[in-house]
Design a protein around this ligand. Structure first.
Ligand SMILES: [Zn+2]
Ligand SMILES: [Zn+2]
Length: 403
């Protein structure tokens, strides 16, 4: 027998403290859910989350966090910090929140539930700060859907000094581990020469021809790609009138792979070649702009096990690795600090992400229950780390590949 709480079944560790955290989420339930619904009703795309960032900053500020908004170079990034009642000498745990929406779709990825649950977890941890030493760092992270805001925040040092980072994501299933693909947004712009499409077509250089050639060659390329790769895009500018030879077309592509090395060494360069070949075919100019992207993910089993143990006490069983992953800039975070990015169901399966069905589900009672549960589980898993620094050490040993 031992008195060490880590020797107990994980779900039983710090049970009274975790009950207090759950009670704190329940006490703030109206505030948390009102925030989720307000963000859902006012969707703002990547880098433009002006209202959501303000509401999130105000919410954590009301609960004792010292808030910086903006923080770093992103106008819609937020940082709030609170130290433990037992002193600042202890783990520094990052509680993350996303709040960007999808253009034309709204909160089809349910990030309103992420913003509200991140705030809810932060509220709960502040409410029980008499229990712990260390620091909770709330990070409002913009632009997950396009542009990888967390990658920018990493470069600006906003994840330095953290001992762990926790972020829940909504889904139609429950998975503690996902397998996000390396991914990058690419803007392709072809520039030609305008001309009357009937009277002087030979005087023009057709930027739409180049775009069509690119989509055809990408379609052919897909058949030769390994199954872990994805390439997909839309035409954002395709010309202005049928009787004008288009002098400018623009597409937004995303290229992805589960194999970071294959992505870096093969896909990027091959995609640029296809763009250049299409431009040569139509005798136009091309520019290819890569956004800087999301990476594959480094999992942390030590923290994930605690999440699973806490989730089990709420009747949530892990369904194993999510087989159908997109991409996330949380994966970039996972390479600089031990991190988890668990998914919880907000709706019946199957409901595809990035759809009107998923968007509508993100404001229903099922999603509200999950938002509160996610806040509770993030707070409880953070307590596992704050109350047991040996777990932090274990997470870092795993992160470094030691023993
Ligand atoms: Zn998402
Ligand atoms: Zn999404």
């Amino acid at each position: 027998m031992t008195d060490s709480p880590t020797e107990l079944a994980p779900a039983l560790a710090f049970a009274p403290e975790k009950t207090r955290a759950a009670d704190a989420v329940e006490a703030a339930r109206d505030e948390i859910l009102e925030l989720s619904h307000r963000i859902h009703a006012n969707p703002e795309p990547a880098f433009e989350e002006v209202q959501a960032a303000t509401w999130v900053a105000e919410a954590v500020g009301r609960h004792g966090y010292a808030v910086e908004h903006p923080v770093g170079s992103l106008a819609t990034a937020v940082r709030g910090r609170v130290t433990g009642g037992k002193g600042s000498d202890g783990p520094r745990i990052g509680i993350l929140a996303e709040y960007d929406a999808l253009p034309g779709l709204g909160h089809g990825c349910g990030h309103n539930t992420m913003a509200a649950s991140g705030v809810g977890a932060a509220i709960a941890l502040a409410a029980v700060r008499d229990l712990w030493a260390g620091e909770v760092v709330f990070l409002g992270t913009p632009a997950e859907e396009r542009g990888s805001g967390k990658a920018i925040m990493i470069r600006e040092g906003l994840f330095e000094g953290l001992d762990a980072a926790l972020l829940y994501h909504p889904c139609d299933r429950n998975h503690v581990e996902i397998a996000p693909l390396a991914s990058e947004d690419v803007t392709v712009t072809f520039t030609g020469l305008q001309s009357h499409a009937a009277s002087d077509p030979w005087k023009g250089r057709n930027a739409l021809d180049a775009m069509i050639a690119l989509f055809v060659s990408v379609g052919l390329w897909r058949q030769q790609l390994p199954t872990h790769c994805r390439v997909h895009g839309i035409i954002e500018e395709g010309g202005t009138a049928a009787n004008i030879i288009p002098d400018r077309t623009r597409a937004w592509f995303m290229i992805r792979s589960a194999d970071q090395r294959y992505y870096d060494d093969v896909m990027r360069g091959r995609f640029v070649q296809l763009c250049e070949a299409a431009a040569a075919a139509a005798d136009v100019e091309v520019s290819v702009e890569f956004s800087g992207g999301a990476s594959t993910m480094k999992h942390n089993r030590a923290i994930a096990d605690r999440w699973n143990a806490n989730a089990l006490t709420h009747g949530i069983a892990d369904e194993g690795m999510d087989p159908s992953s997109g991409s996330t800039d949380m994966a970039n975070v996972s390479w600089v600090v031990p991190a988890i990015h668990p998914e919880l169901s907000i709706t019946e399966a199957p409901t595809p992400g990035h759809s009107t069905e998923f968007r509508d589900a993100a404001a229903r009672p099922f999603a509200d229950r999950t938002t509160l549960l996610a806040a509770t589980l993030v707070a409880q898993t953070a307590l596992d780390l704050l109350l047991d620094p040996s777990l932090v050490q274990e997470a870092w040993r795993e992160f470094r590949g030691e023993g």
